[in-house]
Ligand binder design. Structure first.
Ligand code: DGJ
Length: 737
């Protein structure tokens, strides 16, 4: 089963900062019937209650080994709220009078829709617990898997539902897991909302009686909500107090619900979205859910983010044989410069200039294939356009490589334009209902990847492209959501399994492609940040958070993104000013300081840059290369997060071994003669000496000493006052031996 994305190896990649973790353990106390998982600074416990129901006991800061973990036996509150609603169930079946959110809801062929899941057996091995439940009298089995990561305490939970009966069962709703937080009335839910070019808008709301639903009904992850949350208490701050964080590893329609139940507990349930969902389980068949990852930190939202970032670096993002994911190369992308007007000469001219800046990867975006002169045609025809590249791609790739860069190419393999040879040959490969119109988005239709012939075709095309050309990187785009999600060739009772089969086949294609081309790196892009989740991140090396490349909007976008996801995967480009999205004008320095906080890319029209811009850019690219390991593999401290009144961000990245820190402070606007607040750094070695310098090579203000101890930088802090609109400063602190 896909519970974790990469094998959970014992930690040890960051030996200096992290104390050796206490041995992780999963255990079962047979007398109390309590399961306990410990990892990092986290304990998670649940029990089999007196009636045989699996009940949540504890999820929070690590408890002493022999701490009493007794949990009360709960019964109904009144005739209106029977036990099913009062017992915080680990995995609730829809039945037995449950009104709270179920984890699993089924319908039997005879019409029975009552499901009550009882504990049957378990297995405890290493860091993992498996518990098997089944219905009170029907042979429907659910195996829950819990695994805890020994260094971060991140828990991975998923479920496998199995029909061991003789007749079909329809699964109407299936979650990966349910989590419970104790009774309290000051919980807050943090999550993100968005839309194209405006992803990752942070929301913060009280969790009170009633439900909050985060979801995508779109067939893919979506940016309207991202499958991530953090829950805090009223007194939690950025760096202190409890924070529970979670994310689903699924790139299809998903749902998370947050309910305060009748007792005041918070129940979190997440998995497949029940919207339009129906999954027939024939006798003997199984359905595996996505994995729901969760973490806990008592170091506030910052601590929870850092924990998740580290987990993603160590266990989610592809490692390509190393201890950690390879560092992101500085890339150039042609999209904003040329859009669909690509040809060999134009791309070569851009490549020559990109190489002069220190760019390491040249990516040709949309427009190189089929009859792709606009977004109206060509998708599906993944052969080089002979008018634009009469000699094929090889001469361009060879020159790019001679210039010291590797070559990347844009593809959008799941999509098709009606005006394409592929559509003319296979109109039936498209998702839709028979004899019904199909809604187009960006003039394109979605290929039904759930079909094995379509799946195999997509793999074959990509395999050929990568085999025949020296391609190091694919930017894998996906520019619309589903509509009319029909699969007319399948049996009617199986048609809605498209929600599962499509995504599983997508994962299969990427996995197979990577297996055949082990060095190949991939970016997940969905018109920006429409497909960012732990499922796709396990298979792709980087993600594109937004098509919005305005550096000021980006600070908000990146702040939202990094609440859950690692800067190691977050690409950010320097593009033209004024920016195409909002016409905002910014300096080149400001654009670099914003984009250097993830994987740096340049997406501007380099032909328009004069010597001054080229020299500035070359300097920043060199500075970025000095700090990128710290940015991508270090700890991110959000020292000052922007709000409406104070458009100022100060982000600090501290290297795993504390030998370096990269400090970025940016403002949207300054007023009067206001002096900016002192910046108190975090995470440095208090006893070590650190030298400080500006990233652009200019002198720092006289208020900043050239060198001081970690304790000085953290306690006295750095005083830098910026003046004007869209100003920023980057600083590098280097530990002096
Ligand atoms: C949407 C992406 O987000 C852009 O970066 C670009 O690749 C276009 N698609 C190309 O069509």
């Amino acid at each position: 089963m896909m519970w974790v994305l990469r094998a959970l190896c014992p930690m040890a990649v960051l030996p200096i900062l992290m104390p050796a973790p206490a041995a992780a353990q999963a255990s079962y106390d047979a007398a109390a019937r309590i399961f306990r998982l410990d990892g990092g600074d986290v304990t998670y416990a649940f029990k089999v209650n007196a009636t045989g129901i699996l009940q949540s006991v504890y999820w929070g800061r690590r408890l002493p080994d022999r701490a009493p973990l007794a949990a009360p036996e709960l019964s109904g509150l009144s005739g209106f709220d029977v036990a099913a609603n009062v017992v915080p169930q680990e995995y609730a079946g829809q039945g037995g009078g449950l009104y709270a959110e179920p984890a699993l809801k089924v319908t039997y062929a005879d019409g029975n829709r009552d499901l009550v899941l009882y504990y049957r057996s378990h297995e405890v091995r290493g860091d993992e617990v498996r518990v098997t439940l089944s219905d009170l009298d029907r042979p429907l089995f659910v195996t829950l898997t819990y695994r805890i990561d020994r260094s971060t305490g991140v828990i991975a939970r998923s479920a496998v539902i199995e029909n061991r009966g003789a007749t079909d069962v329809r699964v109407d709703q299936a979650a990966a897991a349910g989590y419970t937080l104790p009774v309290a009335y000051d919980y807050r839910l943090h999550y993100s909302t968005g839309r194209w070019a405006a992803e990752w808008t942070l929301q913060d709301r009280a969790l009170t009686a009633g439900s909050t639903v985060l979801e995508s009904r779109r067939g893919s992850t979506g940016s309207q909500n991202n499958p991530w949350f953090t829950i805090t208490r009223g007194d939690t701050t950025e760096e202190n107090g409890p924070a529970w964080i979670g994310a689903l590893a699924w790139s299809g329609s998903w749902r998370m619900t947050f309910d305060q139940d009748v007792t005041g507990r918070i129940r979190v349930t997440g998995g497949y979205n029940p919207f339009d969902f129906a999954y027939r389980l024939r006798p003997g068949a199984r359905l595996e859910t996505p994995t729901f990852f969760t973490g806990f930190s008592d170091r506030g939202r910052g601590g929870a983010s850092r924990l998740f970032h580290r987990f993603q670096r160590e266990h989610v993002l592809p490692h390509h044989g190393g201890d950690l994911p390879p560092l992101r190369k500085v890339l150039y992308n042609s999209w904003e410069a040329t859009e669909f007007k690509v040809d060999e000469a134009g791309q070569l001219a851009l490549a020559e200039r990109a190489a002069k800046l220190g760019v390491e990867r040249f990516v040709m975006d949309d427009g190189w294939f089929g009859q792709r002169n606009s977004d109206k045609a060509g998708l599906g025809d993944w052969t080089v356009n002979p008018a634009k590249f009469p000699r094929g791609l090889t001469p361009l790739i060879d020159r790019v490589k001679a210039l010291g860069m590797d070559f990347g190419l844009w593809v959008e393999p799941e999509m098709i334009n009606a005006d394409s040879d592929l559509y003319r040959a296979h109109p039936d490969w498209v998702m839709g209902f028979k004899e019904r119109p199909r809604t187009e988005g960006r003039n394109q239709l979605v290929l039904n990847l759930a079909r094995t012939d379509v799946r195999d075709h997509v793999l074959a095309v990509l395999d050929k492209l990568v085999s025949e050309n020296d391609i190091a990187f694919l930017k894998w785009d996906y520019n619309r959501n589903w509509s009319e999600p029909g699969w007319p060739d399948a049996d009617v009772a199986d048609q809605q399994t498209i929600y599962v089969a499509y995504v599983r086949n997508l994962y299969w294609i990427i996995d197979e492609l990577r297996k055949r081309h082990p060095g190949l790196e991939i970016e997940s892009c969905s018109g920006g940040g429409g497909r960012v989740d732990l499922g796709i991140m396990a298979r792709t090396d980087q993600v594109w958070p937004s098509d919005n490349t305005d550096p000021f909007d980006r600070m908000l976008i990146q702040d939202g993104f990094t609440q859950a996801y690692a800067p190691a995967a977050m690409m950010a480009w320097v593009t033209d000013s004024p920016n195409w999205v909002n016409r905002r004008q910014t300096t080149l320095s400001f654009r670099f300081l914003s984009a250097m906080q993830g994987g740096l890319g340049i997406g501007t029209n380099l032909n328009k840059w004069g010597d001054t811009e080229m020299a500035t850019a070359r300097y920043y690219v060199a500075s970025y290369k000095r700090v990128r390991e710290t940015v991508q593999r270090g700890d991110l401290y959000r020292l000052n997060r922007a709000n409406a009144a104070d458009q100022r961000w100060t982000n600090l990245y501290v290297a795993a071994d504390r030998s370096q820190a990269a400090l970025f402070t940016l403002v949207g606007s300054t007023n009067k003669l206001d002096v900016m607040p002192t910046i108190n750094l975090r995470g440095l070695d208090p006893d070590a000496q650190y030298r400080i310098e500006a990233m652009d090579g200019t002198a720092l203000p006289a208020t900043v000493p050239a060198r001081a101890s970690g304790a000085y930088w953290m306690n006295h802090g750095v005083d830098v006052t910026l003046r004007g609109d869209f100003q920023g400063m980057g600083m590098i602190l280097t530990r002096v031996r």
